[in-house]
Design a protein around this ligand. Structure first.
Ligand SMILES: Cc1cc2nc3c(=O)[nH]c(=O)nc-3n(C[C@H](O)[C@H](O)[C@H](O)COP(=O)(O)O)c2cc1C
Length: 182
């Protein structure tokens, strides 16, 4: 591996895991990467709940309750991370309303990506999960409606390689503009 772009390419969504536990220091190192993520007004509203063992079983059970297509692989992952956001009144509620931008979701996306990239660096697999029963997870964690839970992230040692995925060409996602247009 050599450099950031290789790490970015190495990170893939992993939906099959070995049962080996994930060492605590590895998870702490992923959280260290999160600490340096940028956030709107430096609110740092992210709160990561690391679910392991019996609590993870309960969490996934609740998270997939009533979900039309449950993410079954989450039962197999040794660790499931809840990416929760504690909403700040000024930036995440008033500011977001004024600018019609959900800053807390941008913050959550960046923080979560820091987490998964560091996990990839350590040889761990992850998969973002946005399709789950948010209300049930909120109830299990005992957090109020002042918290949002944008995503879960599965974590563990990968069992096998994912298939290659289609990526748009650079020309399809990026336009350079330098001259003033009428
Ligand atoms: C916000 C978000 C939500 C996602 N939710 C799910 C999900 O509920 N279930 C799932 O299997 N994958 C989920 N994914 C993973 C995407 O399907 C995956 O990132 C995409 O297909 C690209 O594949 P790659 O991650 O291997 O590069 C989610 C990804 C993101 C960023």
């Amino acid at each position: 591996m050599n450099g950031f772009i290789d790490l970015v390419k190495k990170r893939r969504s992993i939906r099959s895991y070995r049962s080996d536990p994930v060492p605590r220091e590895m998870i702490e190192s992923c959280i260290e990467a999160v600490r340096y993520a940028p956030s709107a007004s430096n609110t740092q509203g992210w709160r990561f709940f690391i679910a392991e063992g019996e609590f993870k079983e309960r969490l996934v059970g609740e998270a997939m309750k009533g979900v039309v297509v449950p993410n079954k692989f989450a039962f197999e992952a040794p660790v499931v991370v809840v990416l929760a956001m504690k909403l700040s009144v000024v930036t995440h509620r008033l500011g977001a309303g004024m600018k019609n931008t959900r800053y807390h979701l941008i913050d959550a996306g960046i923080a979560g990506e820091h987490f998964v990239l560091q996990a990839a660096e350590l040889g761990l697999g992850t998969c973002w999960i946005g399709w789950f029963n948010k209300r049930a997870v909120r109830r299990l964690l005992g957090v109020s409606a002042l918290w949002d839970i944008p995503a879960l992230i599965t974590l563990g040692f990968p069992a096998g390689e994912p298939k290659p995925k289609n990526r748009l060409a650079a020309s399809e996602i990026c336009t350079f503009r330098s001259a003033k247009r009428p």
